[in-house]
Ligand binder design. Structure first.
Ligand SMILES: [Zn+2]
Length: 385
């Protein structure tokens, strides 16, 4: 393989060809990376998911010393269902200075660059660690085990760079995400006899309105100088199912909620308030009509917010390596908050624009791929000094 060495682009082509949509296994991609690294004498470790079909992978290049830098990338991509693609999403296609394919910007390019440059990491004095996760796109579900293991197994780490597509700008914050389901079991009656029934859809409406009112309050009290857009925590319901007929009080209704808080707020405090409202106010009213009625609430994803101090090691380093002297915050959440919560110094910086992420005809510009490559080259120089 050393004769026909992968460049960043060839490596990206290879990684894109694995259709690692979050619902699929990522093990073929993981095996490829393991084999590739082993050619350069780098051993890697898998952390298998509970279902056994997915794995995180981490590897250390260079000496097992303190002062290492973790390069973090997720291996999964969002689905292509219902999207109008002009090219095969799982085949890298170049057109007009752009490389098209699912995951080109979010976020296989960062990983591809790091892997392609492994052969240049032979003189490291301090290590570069690769940390590849699964299931980032469905609530950052894979990263916690990976982060826990890294924290436990690696010598002191100087900084973590999460290579989400920031157009190579340095990102120091993102909001938190909390996803949960609410399932309401009511009681059927004729719609003219609502005092005898428990209308699950109407109760869902009341709870969704509670979320909406919270968000309105947040909007009204927002600090307009806050860097986030919007500069307040949001509470949203995106899907509702329920009811059978216009004149029947619905027996079932369920809906999903997405709360995204500023990193300075805790999504769980909204959640606790919501649960208290359900348990102390809404459910007792339902059960006074029928004791069999209930509201069930189940959390799916809970990703902490990210808020890196400007003077932190990771932010300073990311600015130095990217040549940027300003920082910004991201509108989307990523694994950065999870790393920070575990005690790491973290910055987000990666090639590609978030504007192209999750879209049909997702692409990364060749220029961004080159800028990302420069960033990692400078990092290699730094770690080799
Ligand atoms: Zn991503």
């Amino acid at each position: 393989m050393s004769e026909s060495r992968y460049n960043s682009r060839k490596m990206l082509e290879k990684l894109i060809a694995f259709p690692t949509v979050s619902s699929n296994s990522n093990l073929d991609l993981i095996s490829f990376v393991e084999d590739y690294l082993s050619v350069y004498g780098v051993s890697s470790k898998r952390i298998i998911s509970d279902c056994g079909k997915k794995a995180n992978l981490y590897a250390t290049i260079g000496p097992m010393n303190p002062g290492g830098i973790v390069l973090s990338g997720h291996t999964d991509v969002v689905p292509i269902d219902g999207q109008d693609w002009q090219t095969d999403p799982f085949e890298l296609t170049e057109k007009d200075g752009r490389l098209y394919g699912r995951g080109t910007c979010d976020m296989k390019a960062f990983t591809a660059i790091a892997l392609a440059l492994v052969p240049d990491m032979s003189n490291l004095k301090r290590p570069i660690h690769l940390a590849l996760s699964y299931d980032e796109e469905v609530g950052c579900l894979g990263a916690p085990k990976l982060i826990e293991t890294i924290k436990d197994q690696l010598p002191e780490v100087r900084a973590v760079f999460v290579g989400e597509p920031t157009s190579m700008r340095v990102v120091t914050g993102h909001k938190s995400i909390l996803h949960f389901d609410t399932r309401i079991t009511g009681l059927e009656a004729h719609s003219s006899q609502q005092h005898r029934g428990v209308p699950a859809v109407m109760i869902a409406g009341r709870l969704i309105n509670w979320l909406g009112e919270k968000q309105r309050e947040n909007g009204a009290n927002a600090d307009q100088n806050n860097a986030f857009e919007p500069p307040f925590s949001t509470l949203h319901c995106g899907v509702v199912h329920g009811g059978t007929a216009v004149n029947i009080t619905a027996r079932h209704c369920d809906f999903v909620t997405d709360i995204r808080t500023l990193p300075t707020e805790d999504a769980m405090s909204y959640f606790d308030e919501y649960v208290n409202y359900v348990r102390d106010v809404v459910e007792p009213e339902m059960q006074s009509v029928s004791p069999d009625t209930k509201v069930e609430i189940e959390v799916h994803a809970n990703v902490p917010g990210f808020d890196a101090p400007e003077d932190s090691e990771a932010v300073q380093l990311a600015k130095q390596l990217s040549g940027q002297n300003t920082t910004e915050v991201a509108p989307y959440a990523a694994e950065s908050g999870q790393y920070q919560k575990a005690g790491f110094s973290v910055a987000m910086c990666g090639p590609g624009s978030i504007d192209q992420a999750h879209q049909p005809n997702e692409y990364i510009s060749v220029d961004q791929l080159e800028q990302g490559t420069e960033f990692i080259r400078r990092l290699i120089d730094l770690q080799s000094m």
